[in-house]
Design a protein around this ligand. Structure first.
Ligand SMILES: [Mg+2]
Ligand SMILES: [Zn+2]
Length: 256
């Protein structure tokens, strides 16, 4: 079977009609296949064919671990006059490493960002693409991967469903990655980020970088129930790493 590798991910390219000859069990679930060693189980093949282009964790027993991040004020420095070019896109201290830690720990990272500067004519799609090329490059240099970027180009006047605090982008990301909302964290520095997260059923996280301190000072009473607060993305990533280690130790303890 051929595999394509993309950063930390390996996902199978389904060998249509080839029988997928390999050694051992089904490449998806690991159990013996009804059609011979190394072949996909019919159920797994059907599942894979439904989403042939999605990155699929090689172990189906591990649920998709997805984290959704706001961009400005979480990953990069925000500006009152909009981040308008790649030059103005400057990573926050520790954020590239934080994404790398999360990638290495098996998380899929998606970005959901309001970019009304497009709708207002402050910058172009070309410039937005250049910012994101820079973001991808710096994240990869740190050893991480951003698996998808969703942005809303509209102004409030468009009354679209994607502009946060609406949950359209978040719901689309969950669907595209086949992730469970209740297992998915979404981190942002504004009230509308945590509102969009909660609206989609995700776990809201407020980081105090960017506008975060202002958000906490002015809107603490409006934060959705269960919102977790961290100093910045690095602190949030460290918290998750600690949780992972704790879960692993609990797992081992349960075996003993
Ligand atoms: Mg923000
Ligand atoms: Zn929109």
């Amino acid at each position: 079977m051929k595999t394509a590798s993309r950063g930390a991910w390996r996902f199978p390219i389904i060998p249509y009609g080839s029988g997928g000859i390999l050694y051992g069990g089904c490449p998806f679930c690991g159990r013996p296949s009804e059609s011979g060693a190394g072949a996909f189980q019919t159920a797994c093949l059907d599942r894979a064919r439904l989403q042939p282009t999605m990155p699929q964790r090689f172990s189906p027993k591990a649920p998709m671990k997805l984290i959704i991040l706001d961009r400005d004020g979480v990953i990069n420095q925000d500006r009152d006059d909009f981040v308008k070019s790649a030059d103005e896109w400057v990573p926050l201290e520790g954020s590239m490493d934080a994404i790398a830690f999360l990638t290495q720990a098996g998380y899929t990272i998606a970005v959901a960002t309001n970019q009304s500067g497009i709708g207002r004519g402050f910058f172009t799609m070309q410039q937005l693409n250049e910012m994101h090329a820079k973001m991808h490059k710096l994240v990869r240099q740190a050893g991480g991967e951003i698996d998808g970027i969703w942005f809303c180009p509209h102004t409030a006047a468009a009354e679209c469903n994607c502009r946060k605090p609406k949950s359209g982008m978040v719901e689309d990301i969950l669907a595209r990655f086949n992730a469970k909302a209740a297992d998915t964290y979404m981190a942002g520095d504004s009230l509308r980020d945590v509102q969009a997260a909660a609206g989609a059923g995700c776990r809201p996280v407020l980081v105090l970088s960017g506008k975060g301190r202002k958000t906490l000072a002015e809107s603490s009473g409006e934060l959705p129930p269960g919102t977790q607060v961290f100093d910045n993305l690095a602190a949030f990533a460290q918290y998750l790493m600690k949780q992972e280690r704790q879960n692993a130790e609990d797992g081992h303890a349960a075996c003993a």
